[in-house]
Ligand binder design. Structure first.
Ligand SMILES: C[S@@+](CC[C@H](N)C(=O)[O-])C[C@H]1O[C@@H](n2cnc3c(N)ncnc32)[C@H](O)[C@@H]1O
Length: 316
């Protein structure tokens, strides 16, 4: 195995030499991937964004009351993205003169910079402290935030990118960083008509296909690879029993790819897959089970008018 200089190199090497092949969805988000994800959020098929936006808009008053306290609080958002929905809450908190700092955390430095710049213009009075990094490493640093109340927020059903065992580890890590009185506010996309879920991750215009294939473009650019994107299909599946949606890239023919920086040649048989993303869907039963496995208590829940999406409030 070559010496890896970062996690991306190591994960790509391990993922493409495994059977079946896999790549992590967290690597979708580079400068181009962030832009494609913003297009996804505007697609008619991607109901998640509007549903969660409407939940936050409808409940911002009560959320501000629950989040705040007299000496102020830290609002920590994991995987903040462009903050489209969070801004609804930030505007309300700012208008109401609530005392708080906003700490957006994201693996993508590009999206964080954009978020910071837009907040400087739109909400110049809000104290913003962006943190670049992966959930787990940043969560370790966050356990030092003990001096005042913490509200940890995870929107967009980001948790759905983790299989249940990893989701429990993620929740347990969050739980360990919480003190009595701290809160966790998290979005969980709900089980619904399977076709609606398939359409959200396999739209007619091909935007989700471009997002999925951006992983290959990124390997070509950053690791000197020679993937031909046209040789791969974007394929989405959804199992209504487990609630698991999966995205794949499928080789349409037998082919070989060289990734020079990893000194790696990868062979694909015709119709061989690369699993790239999971987007888990939930119901109350599953969320309560995840909470019980992580020593978290569900203390409130909010939904949109069509029950597409739910945000749950947890305490320890
Ligand atoms: C599906 S987007 C959702 C963004 C935002 N929460 C929303 O609801 O619009 C996921 C975001 O999480 C970030 N992300 C994904 N995996 C991550 C990880 N392991 N650590 C930190 N950030 C991550 C991505 O860069 C991206 O901005």
């Amino acid at each position: 195995m070559p010496n890896f200089i970062n996690a991306f190199e190591e994960d790509v090497y391990k993922g493409l030499t495994a059977y079946p092949k896999k790549l992590s969805s967290k690597y979708f988000y580079d400068e181009k991937g962030d832009k494609i994800f913003q297009q996804i959020m505007n697609m008619p098929e991607y109901y998640l964004t509007n549903a969660e936006y409407s939940i936050i808009e409808a409940h911002k008053k009560i959320l501000a009351e629950k989040f705040s306290n007299s000496i102020g609080f830290d609002l920590i958002e994991l995987g903040a993205g462009d903050g489209k929905k969070t801004k609804v809450l930030l505007k309300h908190l700012d208008k109401g003169n609530y005392k708080f700092s906003y700490l957006p955390i994201d693996i993508s430095k590009y999206v964080l910079k954009e978020l910071q710049e837009s907040l400087k213009e739109e909400l110049p009075n809000v104290d913003v402290q962006p943190q670049e990094g992966m959930y787990f490493e940043v969560l370790k640093r966050l356990s030092e935030y003990k001096h005042r109340k913490k509200v940890i927020m995870v929107l967009g059903s980001n948790i759905g990118n983790l299989m249940h065992d990893k989701a429990i580890e993620f929740l347990q890590n969050i739980q360990k960083s919480m003190n009595p009185g701290d809160l966790l506010f998290m979005g969980f996309d709900q089980k619904k008509h399977p076709q609606q879920i398939i359409n959200a991750y396999s739209d007619a215009a091909g935007i989700t296909e471009a997002f999925n294939k951006n992983l290959l473009t990124r390997i070509n650019r950053e690791l000197d690879g020679n993937f031909n994107l046209d040789q791969f299909l974007h394929w989405e599946t959804y199992d209504p029993e487990t609630g698991t949606a999966k995205s794949f890239l499928v080789a349409k023919e037998a082919l070989e790819v060289s990734i020079n920086k990893l000194q790696l040649d990868v062979k694909f048989n015709a119709w061989e897959t690369i699993h790239t993303e999971i987007s888990q869907k939930y119901d109350d039963h599953t969320v309560n089970w995840l909470a019980s496995q992580s020593n978290l208590k569900v203390i409130d829940q909010y939904t949109d008018q069509d029950n597409l999406f739910k945000n749950y409030l947890f305490s320890i």
